[in-house]
Design a protein. Structure first.
Length: 360
């Protein structure tokens, strides 16, 4: 390949436009590179290095654009738009890091209405009235123009498979990239969105403090109704320099229920990390009062001799390190409570149902 052309391709991350090339080399240079197979034309006026196209995917005819990986398709699409577009919808979610875009999904661009850009194979174009390709409507992520996260979440909602819709919204809120209130403001600007009621319900649950599908299920089916105490969701506690949040906390009863599920803590190693994380909270002051240190963990050291008669040291059975801890190893005594609270973790394993893990 011509050395100047090679330099331009490397600067563009494997993508080259004819407009940029003819400014420094004669027009026949990129045309020759395309003819001999050094470059591949993927969009009008846009070429990619032939090395980024899979070796087994060099058809004699047809488009090469769908054969590229997601990163090169995004670069090629933005180069083709020539500054008239920003990443939108599910492609913007990939740029924001809340959902990876599968290879089979088309790249989605948001463009100003009347720009003249038209959709192509594996390339969707969304014309938006009043779109300004500058802050605050469009921001830069890794050098690419991207619509705001809140608008991307709303636009992608009806395009994603129904079971996959809540995950990006929940992750964006959990990662503190946005808030339910900001997403609701973006939703208000799209009154005819498909699935609007379901998204509105999800935002209400997130605003109430739910942070996972299991917590939402518990909110709707377990921790509401007659006879239930007043629960605090995502109750904040500070342990040294660390800040922790309790999923569902009954302040008067001094009971905390963690709703993580088997998908999060089904692995024994993750369970060990979880127990180490909870240990400081059981030694420090909870929102409802001071908590005395719990008995020793039977998986790491032998428990007290049986029959000691000491109520502070209930009998504990030996358990393998890879097994689940004895339920009573999670009890903590409060000096001013008639019954010790239980800090339990609900699990949603296959074939089972989530439980509070609480008991007296």
């Amino acid at each position: 390949m011509h050395p100047v052309l090679r330099s331009l391709v490397e600067q563009g991350g494997g993508v080259l436009t004819r407009r940029a090339a003819v400014q420094v080399v004669p027009p026949w240079v990129p045309a020759h590179a395309d003819r001999v197979g050094q470059l591949r034309r993927v969009l009008p006026g846009v070429y990619v290095d032939a090395a980024v196209v899979p070796a087994a995917a060099h058809p004699a005819g047809g488009s090469t654009f769908p054969l590229l990986d997601v990163a090169h398709r995004i670069r090629a699409a933005l180069a083709w738009a020539q500054g008239r577009a920003a990443l939108g919808s599910h492609t913007a979610l990939d740029a924001w890091g809340v959902r990876g875009q599968p290879a089979g999904e088309p790249v989605c661009l948001n463009v100003v209405a009347g720009s003249g850009l038209r959709p192509r194979a594996h390339l969707k174009i969304h014309h938006r009235e009043g779109l300004a390709l500058e802050p605050p409507q469009v921001l830069s992520r890794d050098g690419c123009p991207v619509v705001r996260l809140e608008r991307a979440l709303v636009d992608a909602w009806p395009l994603l498979p129904e079971p996959d819709r809540p995950a990006p919204v929940i992750r964006a809120v959990n990662d503190r990239l946005t808030t339910p209130q900001r997403i609701a403001s973006a939703l208000a600007a799209v009154p005819r969105l498909t699935g609007r009621a379901q998204l509105r319900t999800l935002l209400d649950r997130l605003a109430a403090g739910c942070r996972s599908p299991l917590e939402i299920w518990g909110h709707d089916h377990v921790f509401t109704g007659p006879g239930m105490p007043a629960f605090l969701r995502q109750a904040r506690i500070v342990v040294g320099r660390r800040t922790m949040y309790l999923d569902v906390y009954a302040e008067r009863e001094r009971v905390n229920v963690e709703l993580d599920g088997a998908t999060t803590h089904g692995d024994p190693r993750q369970r060990e990390i979880d127990l180490r994380r909870d240990a400081p909270a059981r030694h420090r002051r909870h929102p409802g009062g001071a908590v005395r240190p719990p008995p020793p963990d039977p998986r790491t050291r032998p428990g007290p001799p049986r029959g000691t008669g000491d109520p502070r040291h209930p009998r504990m059975d030996r358990r393998p390190v890879t097994g689940a801890p004895h339920p009573r190893s999670r009890w903590c005594d409060l000096p001013d409570a008639g019954h010790p609270p239980h800090v339990g973790r609900a699990r949603d394993g296959p074939g089972g149902t989530a439980g509070t893990g609480c008991g007296r």
